[in-house]
Design a protein around this ligand. Structure first.
Ligand code: ASP
Length: 325
């Protein structure tokens, strides 16, 4: 750890020494955007959508690289340890704030080992079920789960993923100790859901809206405070009477700590351009994925978000106890 710290300080020193000159020529080669989840999942979709628009703005390719595993922490570690030169950045979500509690031996500190670029999106989650389930209402859903508790399964994308968080909250708030099944990623879990191998999953709308619209899965409940127009028939948790089920999956963009402020400012400019790009907004709208408001598109807002969300989730995860698995 210390060795890494010295190396990072040395590299940061070199970058600062290069000073304004580096910032003026930045970027002069492709940038790697690390996506810490499997291809075909929501973070990958969001990454591929904004990276195209950021590439147009920066005049250099922003290339998505999948570094998945351990709930996104392996990809985050890769970026924490990368050279702080603006050529390696990270797209991650709420997992940045839940994993410090879920993984006590995390190799990095989410608040000090990164330079924040800005918040990116807000996305609700949906509880979906395999198409053949004979369930039409919330009461039928609870009854189905209660009477088959020994057999019902819920997929998720690994401990630290948002789908794991959602499954955990669901069990905690309903008191139903549902067996969870970890998959390597959302896309793989959605395939098995459609093939009847698992019963339920709670995942971001980015990956579920089209499947609900096409009737490939049933949509039961959405975690947003109001219904979403793309899946207007799906009620909110509040409507079905399950209070306290608030789960907004926010995404943020980070660089390694020590990245020069001018470089962060340039990346932030590109992020802002992406979040107003008509093509990006059209793609986001298809999946009920919302760009964050202007005031949240800042490094400061992302830092504050991570700090407050770590405190928000810690007691809930600790209280979930046996459901964390
Ligand atoms: N949907 C995944 C999760 O459960 C992550 C992703 O692929 O975006 O967190």
């Amino acid at each position: 750890m210390m060795k890494r710290l010295f190396a990072a300080v040395a590299v940061a020193g070199m970058v600062i020494a290069a000073g304004g000159a580096a910032a003026q020529t930045y970027p002069n080669r492709p940038i790697t955007m690390v996506v810490p989840f499997r291809a075909g999942g929501p973070t990958d979709t969001i990454g591929r959508t904004i990276s195209e628009a950021m590439s147009r703005n920066l005049g250099q390719q922003v290339q998505v690289q999948i570094v998945d595993g351990a709930g996104g922490t392996l990809g985050a570690q890769r970026v924490a340890e990368a050279a702080p030169d603006g050529y390696t950045i990270l797209l991650y979500h709420v997992g940045m704030a839940t994993t410090p509690t879920l993984y006590p031996n995390l190799a990095y500190d989410p608040l000090t080992d990164f330079a924040e670029i800005g918040l990116v999106t807000n996305v609700a989650m949906t509880l979906v079920g395999r198409q053949r389930l004979p369930i039409a209402t919330w009461d039928q859903l609870i009854q189905y789960m209660t009477t088959r508790l020994d057999r019902v399964t819920m997929a998720h994308a690994g401990i630290g993923s948002a789908s794991h968080l959602c499954a955990m909250l669901f069990s905690q708030l309903t008191g139903l100790d549902i067996t969870t099944v970890p998959f390597v990623g959302t896309a793989e879990a959605m395939l098995d859901l459609q093939a009847d191998f698992v019963d339920f999953m709670c995942d971001q709308t980015t990956s579920t809206v089209a499947a609900i619209q096409n009737g490939q899965v049933n949509g039961y409940v959405v975690t947003s405070p109001v219904r979403l127009e793309q899946i207007a028939e799906v009620p909110t948790f509040q409507e079905v009477g399950l209070d306290g089920f608030e789960l907004n999956v926010w995404h943020g963009l980070w660089a390694p700590a020590g990245t020069p402020p001018e470089v962060i400012a340039r990346l932030n400019e590109a992020l802002r351009a992406a979040l107003t790009d008509p093509q990006v907004l059209r793609t986001f709208a298809l999946f009920a994925t919302f760009p964050v408001p202007l005031e949240d598109q800042t490094p400061e807002a992302l830092h504050a978000k991570v700090a407050s969300e770590i405190e928000h989730w810690r007691p809930m995860i600790e209280a979930a106890g046996e459901f964390v698995r």
